[in-house]
Each structure stands twice: as structure tokens, then as C-alpha cells.
Design a protein around this ligand. Structure first.
Ligand SMILES: Nc1ncnc2c1ncn2[C@@H]1O[C@H](COP(=O)(O)OP(=O)(O)O)[C@@H](O)[C@H]1O
Ligand SMILES: [Mg+2]
Length: 253
């Protein structure tokens, strides 16, 4: 069983899209759980759940909560706007960084992979997610790329490791999303990565800009990219990423 977080303090970089489609890809052959750790609940809605009776908020408050089966081999712990403000609530709780890690222990043997969709913050919820994870994937948007943003995220991950909260946390890779091969900026990003010696961390797969991805998440559809259009470039890219991620994890073990 492996736990993988999708994290970046920036919004709109495709954390949720990647969590959804990577989990859907892995669920073709494995038992998978996704946990929506963002109060915006985009992952929850994209999986077709509108008003869940219990959410991750209950998990954090140590109340009973449901795990929903949303597809074949794919379960979800949903989120909702109720989760807003949880940071303040758990501020005073003892061992407040390990709430999620401990909760996952109860059911982790039921799954092969657990994917955590993080909020666009470096708050206590993100600290909980990274403390509970074996690996972290950092999606970055090619069109508004900033090396500073990536550095901040990499330092944050190093901080979690060095603080002893999670000495085993591994950066599985940095993923370029919203990629447009025609744009010059996409080439300059590759150069930046070489300069920073992060080449090894960069996934070979890039997720190209693709309207099918946006359409798949439209409120009239709410599908994974494989359900919406299995022949789209988005479906091809996420299948390629899925293979690369599972291969990389195997190599580490
Ligand atoms: N490859 C892509 N091509 C086109 N649109 C995309 C792509 N990936 C994500 N999007 C869209 O970009 C927006 C932000 O993506 P999202 O996954 O919600 O980011 P985050 O979770 O990091 O905030 C969403 O509207 C999503 O549909
Ligand atoms: Mg999101």
C-alpha cells in the first residue's frame, strides 16, 4: 500500500485533475482510495458527489465517517465547505499533524494506492497530508510557471522530512501541466530545471492543454477523462503518467 499526495501551494495547477485521473487510471488494475483534503471539494464534485452526509471534516474531528464507493475499485472520502476553518479547530489539539496519518491506519490495508488531493495552501491540512504520505507529486502549470514557486514547495517537503514528522517522504516527481509544445515558455522551463539540477525529479510525461479535460469536469459531465473521451490527448497523457508513476514507485521499493 502506498500513499501519494498531490500538492502545490498554488491553485489551478491541476492537482485535483491529476488526482482524479491518476486514481482512475490506477483503479483499472488496483484497489484505490482518494481523499479530498480541500474544502473547495472539487474532487468530490468531479466524482459526482454533491452533498455528502459525512466528510473529511468528521475524520479530522475524530467522528464516524463514511467511505463512499464511487466507481469500480475506487473509493472516496469526500470533502465539503464544512472543512473550512479546520485549521483553527485543530490548532490546539495534541499531535495535530498526525490526525490523518492515524485515521488512515484503520483502513489502509484495504487499498493498493491512496491518493490525497491537497488544498492550495501550506496549512495544517497540507502538513497532515504530507505527514501521512509516502510520496508527493508536485504539478506545475507550464503557462504561469515560476521556479520560485517550485523552490518553495521543494523546501516545504524537505521541511516535513527534516522535522521528523515524516523522514520517509519522497518527492516522486514534478509534473508539468497545461503544456503547450508550441509555446516558448515550455522550452525555457526545461532549461530552468537543468540549471536547478531537478531534471531527475521531472516526470517525462507532460500533461498537454486539452479542452476535453475541462469538458469532462463540467457540471453536466463530471467524469474522469477516460470515461469522457478515452481517445483524447488528455486520456493519453494521464495513461502515460499513470504508467510512469506506478513504474517509479516500483523502482523505489
Ligand atoms: N491539461 C489541461 N488542459 C486544460 N484544462 C485543464 C487541464 N488540467 C486542468 N485543467 C483545468 O484547469 C482548472 C484547474 O485545474 P484543477 O485540477 O482544479 O487545479 P488545482 O486543483 O491545482 O486548483 C480546472 O478548470 C481544470 O478543468
Ligand atoms: Mg484542487
Amino acid at each position: 500500500m502506498k500513499i501519494i499526495a498531490l500538492s502545490n501551494q498554488k491553485g489551478g495547477v491541476a492537482k485535483t485533475t491529476t488526482c482524479l485521473n491518476l486514481a482512475a487510471y490506477a483503479a483499472k488494475k488496483h484497489k484505490v482510495l482518494v481523499i479530498d483534503c480541500d474544502k473547495q471539494a472539487n474532487l468530490t464534485k468531479n466524482l459526482g458527489i454533491e452533498s455528502p452526509q459525512t466528510t473529511i471534516n468528521d475524520l479530522f474531528l475524530k467522528r464516524p465517517f463514511d467511505i463512499l464507493n464511487v466507481r469500480k475499485n475506487l473509493d472516496l472520502i469526500p470533502s465539503s465547505i464544512d472543512f473550512a476553518g479546520i485549521d483553527l479547530v485543530i490548532q490546539g489539539v495534541l499531535a495535530r499533524e498526525t490526525i490523518l496519518k492515524k485515521a488512515i491506519r484503520q483502513f489502509k490495508t484495504k487499498y493498493d494506492y491512496i491518493f490525497l488531493d491537497c488544498p492550495p495552501d501550506m496549512n495544517l491540512v497540507t502538513v497532515n497530508a504530507l505527514t501521512a504520505s509516502d510520496y508527493v507529486i508536485v504539478p506545475v502549470q507550464a503557462t504561469q510557471f515560476s521556479m520560485d514557486g517550485v523552490s518553495i514547495m521543494v523546501e516545504f517537503i524537505n521541511g516535513i522530512r527534516e522535522s521528523q514528522l515524516n523522514p520517509n517522504l519522497t518527492l516522486l516527481g514534478i509534473l508539468i501541466t497545461h503544456f503547450d509544445p508550441r509555446l516558448k515558455i515550455s522550452k525555457s522551463i526545461e532549461k530552468d530545471f537543468k540549471v536547478n539540477e531537478w531534471d531527475a525529479a521531472l516526470f517525462k510525461t507532460r500533461i498537454r492543454k486539452n479542452t476535453a479535460i475541462e469538458n469532462s469536469q463540467h457540471k453536466d459531465n463530471r467524469m474522469t477523462i477516460f470515461e469522457y473521451d478515452n481517445r483524447s490527448s488528455g486520456a493519453m497523457d494521464y495513461a502515460s503518467l499513470g504508467e510512469e508513476v506506478l513504474r517509479k514507485i516500483k523502482k523505489f521499493n
